[in-house]
Design a protein around this ligand. Sequence first.
Ligand SMILES: Nc1ncnc2c1ncn2[C@@H]1O[C@H](COP(=O)(O)OP(=O)(O)OP(=O)(O)O)[C@@H](O)[C@H]1O
Ligand SMILES: [Mg+2]
Length: 249
Amino acid sequence: MDKNEDIKVRVDHLTKYFGSLHVLDDVSFNIKKGEFLCVVGPTGCGKTTFLNLLTRIYMPTQGELYIDGEPADPKKHSISVVFQEPSSMPWLTVEKNLRFGLEIKKLPKDEIDRRVEKIMDLMGLQEFRNSYPHQLSVSTAQRIIIGRAFAMQPDLLLMDEPYGQMDIKMRYYLEDEVIRLWKEMGTTVVFITHNIEEATYLAERVLILTNKPAKIKEEVHIDMPHPRDVTAPDFIEIRNHITDQIKWW
Ligand SMILES: Nc1ncnc2c1ncn2[C@@H]1O[C@H](COP(=O)(O)OP(=O)(O)OP(=O)(O)O)[C@@H](O)[C@H]1O
Ligand SMILES: [Mg+2]
């Protein structure tokens, strides 16, 4: 149906109810191939639900989500998810955590070696190769999870408030990391956050949702090169504009 080959994800009249709770209300939008999209919105408006619909943890009540023009199917489409909670495997070393998903996919050993080394270099994890997650700081442990997601070379990377627990300095650092990996890998990224500065710092486009039942309130295109200067007047103007669009409570 999709004539446009540039579209990675098409969200088509998506509605979700949990029982009588109306969460998503007839939401339609596209995500372009290779785009970095941030989704912001009030707490409980349905951001995580949207990701869970893309990965088919839940099914839509009405409407559909298409990936590459076909109904989303985690078995067919290559999707990685980074959750907010630390989710590395504590009984595996850093290297084995990175290898794990690739071995499940039964990739050839030399391909796994190549990808794991590249990600360890990119994420600065070489010195932690033989460490276990509990021996690392929270932010380093989160780098394993992000590295693992990128090592899968997903077509679509879904990140649900991945830096929510981190202090601002570490967040800046990891925001730059995710931009670097995104540029290197050409992945399509959907990054959920309720941090408006973070969205303004990262996104090519920010989707602002309303309170639930959520609709799209506004789309903001941000045409500024990375890394962005958070003190630049046009950065502050966009950030303030997005803030104005969101009623938090
Ligand atoms: N499995 C479920 N069953 C019933 N209600 C649910 C379920 N999952 C989510 N909800 C409800 O749906 C609404 C949206 O939840 P969701 O987790 O998607 O919000 P969110 O935008 O991710 O919020 P936050 O910013 O706090 O992470 C909430 O009211 C939540 O309680
Ligand atoms: Mg959530």
